[in-house]
Write a protein that binds this ligand. Structure first.
Ligand code: BGC
Length: 348
C-alpha cells in the first residue's frame, strides 16, 4: 500500500513538473501582415492568451513578403520554439521552413489559411471558409428574392487572392448558391468575368480590386445601367469596389457583400454602402488555437472537428473549424459593440 502511494506521488510529481516544463515552452506566431486590421488582432489575441497560459511568445508579422516570413519562421525554429502557428502570406511557399520544423520535431499549426504542399503541417484551425461564401451567396439570393422576382439582375464578382487557399473556398461557397441563377439567366454578369481566375484579387489588395472594378464600371455600366449586386469575398476587396463605385458609377447602389467586419467596413454598413459582412471573431479562433497548442505541449489529444475537408495536396490536415456569423447594420451593436469586440467610437 505504502509503495503504491509512493508510486502515485511520484507520477503526480512527474506530471506536475512536465506541465510546468510545457508551460515555459516557446511558441512562434507568424502572421502575414500588419496592413489588415484582422491579422493585428489575431496576432495580439494569441500572444496575450499564450502568455497568460505561461508560454513565451515570439510574434512576427511578415509585411506580405514570402521571403521575410520564411526567415522569421526559420529563426523561430532555430531559437527553440516547440510550436509554430503560421498564417501564410502564400500557402505553398514556406516549404523550406516547414521541412526544418519537421526535422527538429516542431509542431506546425496552420492558422486561418492552410499551408499547402507539405506533410509537416500537424493541425489547421480556421473558420468554416466554404460557409463564409455560402452566407454571402445566400444573402444576395434572398435580398434579390431570386426564387420569385422576375429579374434579370446584374451581378459582378470580386474574389480573393489565388495564393490563399481560403479564397477558392469563399468563392465556391458563394458561387454554388448563385450559379443556378447565372445559368438560368436571372443573374447576368455583364463583364462575363465569372471564373475564379478572372475575378481573383492578388494579395487581397483594396487598390487591385478597385482598379478592376473601375474597369468593369467604365466598360459595361457607363450608360448608367444598374449593378444589382456585387459579390465581394472580403472587406478589403469590398472597400475597393465601394471606392470604384463612388468614383464613377451613376446607377442605383448595389448590394455589396464582405467578410471580417473590419472597422472601416462597419462604418460603410452603417452608411448603407456595404450590405453585410461575415464576422469571424478572432478571439474565438485565437482561444481555440491556444487550447490546441496547450494540448500538444502537454502531450494530450488535440481537439479537432474536421478530418476530411482540408487536403493540402500532400495530406489531409486535421482541422478545427469555428463558426462564421452574419453581420450587418442591423446587428452590429450586439455582435461587435456589446460583445466588447469594438468600442462604439471605433465605428462611428
Ligand atoms: C482570411 C480573411 C481575410 C483575407 C485577407 C483570408 O485568408 O480568411 O478573413 O479577409 O485573408 O487578409
Amino acid at each position: 500500500m505504502k509503495k503504491l502511494v509512493c508510486i502515485l506521488l511520484c507520477v503526480l510529481m512527474a506530471c506536475a513538473s512536465l506541465s510546468a516544463l510545457a508551460a515555459g515552452e516557446k511558441v512562434g506566431v507568424s502572421m502575414p501582415t500588419k496592413d489588415l486590421q484582422r491579422w493585428n488582432q489575431d496576432g495580439e489575441n494569441m500572444k496575450k492568451l499564450l502568455e497568460e497560459a505561461g508560454y513565451e511568445v515570439d510574434l512576427q508579422f511578415a509585411s506580405n513578403d514570402v521571403q521575410q516570413q520564411l526567415n522569421q519562421i526559420t529563426n523561430m525554429i532555430n531559437n527553440g520554439c516547440k510550436v509554430v502557428v503560421i498564417s501564410a502570406v502564400e500557402g505553398s511557399s514556406l516549404g523550406a521552413a516547414l521541412d526544418l520544423a519537421k526535422e527538429k520535431g516542431v509542431t506546425v499549426f496552420a492558422y486561418d489559411r492552410l499551408l499547402m504542399e507539405s506533410d509537416a503541417v500537424s493541425y489547421y484551425a480556421t473558420f468554416d471558409n466554404y460557409k463564409v461564401g455560402t452566407v454571402q451567396g445566400n444573402y444576395i439570393k434572398e435580398a434579390l428574392d431570386l426564387d420569385n422576382a422576375e429579374g434579370p439582375f446584374a451581378l459582378e464578382i470580386t474574389a480573393g487572392d489565388p495564393g490563399d487557399n481560403n479564397a477558392i473556398y469563399f468563392y465556391n461557397g458563394a458561387i454554388d448558391v448563385l450559379k443556378p441563377y447565372i445559368e438560368s439567366g436571372k443573374l447576368v454578369v455583364k463583364s462575363g468575368q465569372v471564373e475564379f481566375e478572372k475575378v481573383a484579387t492578388p494579395t487581397w489588395k483594396t487598390e487591385v480590386a478597385q482598379n478592376r472594378a473601375s474597369g468593369i464600371i467604365s466598360s459595361f455600366y457607363a450608360d448608367g445601367s444598374n449593378i444589382d449586386a456585387w459579390l465581394c469575398s472580403n472587406d478589403s476587396t469590398a472597400m475597393g469596389v465601394i471606392n470604384a463605385l463612388e468614383d464613377n458609377y451613376d446607377g442605383e447602389w448595389p448590394i455589396i457583400t464582405g467578410q471580417d467586419c473590419d472597422k472601416p467596413n462597419v462604418k460603410k454598413m452603417i452608411e448603407g454602402k456595404q450590405s453585410m459582412s461575415v464576422f469571424k471573431d478572432t478571439r474565438t479562433l485565437a482561444a481555440q488555437v491556444v487550447k490546441m497548442v496547450g494540448q500538444v505541449l502537454a502531450g494530450e489529444t488535440v481537439e479537432v472537428n474536421d478530418t476530411e475537408t482540408y487536403n493540402n495536396n500532400v495530406i489531409t490536415v486535421p482541422s478545427f473549424l469555428c463558426e462564421p456569423v452574419f453581420g450587418s447594420a442591423d446587428n452590429y451593436m450586439e455582435l461587435l459593440i456589446d460583445s466588447g469586440y469594438y468600442q462604439l467610437s471605433d465605428v462611428q
